[in-house]
Design a protein around this ligand. Structure first.
Ligand code: FUB
Ligand code: ZN
Length: 639
């Protein structure tokens, strides 16, 4: 197989107004805000306890070194609320360390974009704290270190030790790449070495209940060149779902507890899995790791499984916004075409994980559908996860919200009508921060002879092939001009976006394959691509029961929605006119439609034609919703 590699940030300067605003927001507002959140310093927000736990872990290690016996606390819960708990116990969710790791990763990418001494100092402080919480054998996990070190690695299914390790490894590699400082990387390698012993050839045949260690170990392998990390990643992939089930061994199958192997994608050996199941974030993190392992071990069967799983998600189980995971119950996939708008889970992390998966697939299979999915998720189900000021967040990203229902219908209690300052389980906010500050490395990939443009935005790139300048009006007119100062001959591949039903290139006759238009570049030149971001009425597959007779409005990659702030209460009474006249003012879309009048107070009346008043409907980008206070929202409208 031929692979492409991402073009690194050091070769890219993003000059785009849209994305630079977001990237700068992460650096100037989001990262400092999240540091305060991790330090429990946001008023009226859920405390994190992340830093508090690591400090306590350091104290425990110190005490034990001095021969002082530290108290032992229970390790059988997922969430440790301070109420009634000893003040020396771990607090928060058992995986609270991972939020700080994601924050360090976000800082790392941000430093690669823009040097920032203040942020770097904060990250150094955090790293010192983490390294001080490392036990002598290399282990890092504040939960077990505080509550009971003897229980380490006894509940892989539930307790996220390898998940926390995974986030640690991703942060360590990112920080090393950004700063050249290897303290965290060295500490992480010591932990990884311990894992290699614990789960090595003669060790436990275990794997984590929450995947990520697989892809993180591959990053560690890429960074250090140590094959044992790749081998461990492969082992984690290979063990999952094989019999006897590791989780049975670990949890004493005969205990009577009902084990749900699907939830952890452990129901079958991974190469036999052909449907995305279970917890959505775990699933896409696993599939990302599988794609990595397939690449480095030339495992075609594994790669084909990844292809099948990718198609299963994106063709049957994904919201138009790129959201995945239809149910709150287990934060999980349900079944094909089951995509309820108002009960949706569509966790921000799950869309982020889908971007990770798509990015990896794209590197091995040069097909535009993977970049299309990255784009769909980024502009919709991911950006919606953060307020425009960067100080509040959505965990769940529904496609329809009725605030009263969120409060009074317990089935919808997971859906919040306004973004939250923080969460007790705060996986999503630092995940958005790390993804957006890493945006540049999702844009372009290359092989020895080809440079792929996967995402369009104003940017300048210089590498060994050429100096490339992209002027982009992508989101507005769909026009993108690429000027090339060539250093050696190469092929330039433009992704043809899925939403563009027509397109033209200023240079004629590109070679078109798998959604990319290829040009041989031998001399300096300028190529203009014109895509067509027309307003579209999008229909769901008719198997999606919720959306029969409804459409969603899109323009280019952006999905639009109706909000009460623009259209009044009771959005369900609205419908679009038969042949609507749309107009676009550079930000919002308006169209003619109708509002049904409520003519009776009775619950049931004999059918009669509705009495409707003409109205002008206003649609805003979905990612912008809930920035004007609590109100109704709907992506789909009757048509
Ligand atoms: O379990 C760790 C994280 O918390 C998951 O990825 C999210 O879905 C949330 O459950
Ligand atoms: Zn999350």
């Amino acid at each position: 197989m031929n692979y492409s590699k991402p073009v690194l940030k050091k070769h890219i300067n993003i000059t785009d107004t849209f994305w630079n605003k977001k990237i700068e927001l992460i650096r100037t507002e989001v990262i400092p805000y999240q540091w305060n959140a991790l330090n429990d310093q946001i008023e009226n927000a859920e405390p994190s306890y992340s830093l508090r736990n690591l400090r306590l872990a350091k104290e425990c290690i110190g005490a034990r070194k001095d021969g002082i016996k530290t108290p032992v606390f229970p390790t059988n819960e997922w969430h440790y609320k301070p109420n009634g708990k000893n003040e020396n116990s771990f607090y928060g969710w058992i995986f609270q360390d991972s939020d700080l790791y994601k924050w360090i990763e976000a800082v790392s990418y941000s430093l690669q974009n823009t040097a920032d001494d203040t942020l770097e100092e904060l990250a150094d402080k955090a790293i010192e704290l983490i390294c001080n919480a490392q036990t002598e054998n290399g282990y890092i996990n504040s939960f077990y270190t505080i509550n009971n070190p003897d229980k380490a690695f006894t509940n892989l299914r539930d307790h996220h030790e390898l998940y926390c390790f995974g986030h640690l490894a991703e942060a360590a590699v990112a920080y090393y790449n950004a700063t050249g400082k290897d303290t965290l990387l060295n500490a992480t390698c010591r932990f990884a070495d311990l894992l290699c012993e614990e789960f090595g050839e003669n060790g436990k045949k275990g794997y984590d209940g929450h995947e990520i260690a697989e892809m993180a170990l591959v990053k560690l392998y890429e960074s250090t060149g140590r094959e044992k990390y790749l081998n461990l990643a492969k082992r984690f992939v290979d063990y999952r779902g094989t019999k006897p089930y590791y989780f049975d061994i670990e949890h004493n199958k005969d205990s009577g507890e009902k084990l749900d192997y699907f939830y952890n994608q452990a129901h079958l050996p991974v190469r036999e899995q052909n449907e995305a199941v279970g917890h959505a974030v775990r699933a896409v993190y696993l599939y990302s790791g599988m794609t990595d392992v397939a690449k480095y071990t030339n495992d075609e069967k594994l790669f084909n499984t990844c292809k099948t799983l990718f198609d299963d998600i994106t063709e049957k189980k994904m919201y138009i916004t790129g959201g995945i995971g239809s149910t709150n119950h287990g934060e999980a996939f349900t079944f094909a075409y089951d995509l309820p708008n108002d009960l949706a889970y569509a966790e921000t992390c799950a869309s982020i994980g889908l971007v990770f998966f798509a990015r990896r697939m794209l590197q091995s299979d040069f097909n535009s559908k993977y970049a299309d999915i990255m784009e769909r998720c980024l502009y919709n189900g991911i950006l919606s996860g953060m307020a425009e000021d960067g100080k509040s967040f959505f965990y769940v990203n529904p496609l329809e919200v009725h605030p009263e229902a969120c409060k009074k219908d317990s089935r919808k209690s997971h859906v919040k009508p306004i973004r939250q300052k923080w969460f007790d389980c705060a996986c999503c906010p630092p995940n958005i921060a790390r993804l957006i500050s890493d945006y540049a490395e999702y844009c372009f990939t290359e092989t020895d002879d080809t440079f792929f443009i996967n995402l369009y935005q104003g940017s300048e790139i210089n590498n060994d092939k050429a100096d490339i300048k992209m002027n982009s009006d992508y989101l507005n007119s769909g026009k993108v001009t690429v000027s090339i100062k060539v250093k050696k001959p190469f092929k330039l591949a433009f992704r043809i976006p899925y939403w563009s039903s027509s397109f033209t290139f200023s240079r004629k006759n590109p070679f078109i394959k798998n959604g990319y238009a290829y040009f041989d570049i031998e001399k300096d030149e300028e190529i203009t691509a014109e895509f067509n971001p027309e307003i579209k009425m999008m229909k769901c597959n008719s198997n999606v029961r919720e959306n029969i007779g409804k459409i969603a409005v899109t323009r280019g990659p952006i999905v639009y929605c109706l909000e009460e702030a623009d259209n009044g209460k009771n959005l369900h009474l609205l419908r679009l006119a038969k042949k609507p006249k749309f107009s676009f003012d550079g930000a919002c879309i308006t169209a003619n439609g109708y509002r049904e009048e409520i003519t009776s107070k009775r619950l049931y009346t004999e059918y009669d034609d509705a009495f409707e008043k003409p109205v002008r409907l206003k649609f805003i980008p979905y990612y912008k919703w809930a920035n004007r206070g609590e109100n109704e929202m709907s992506v789909y409208i009757r048509y």
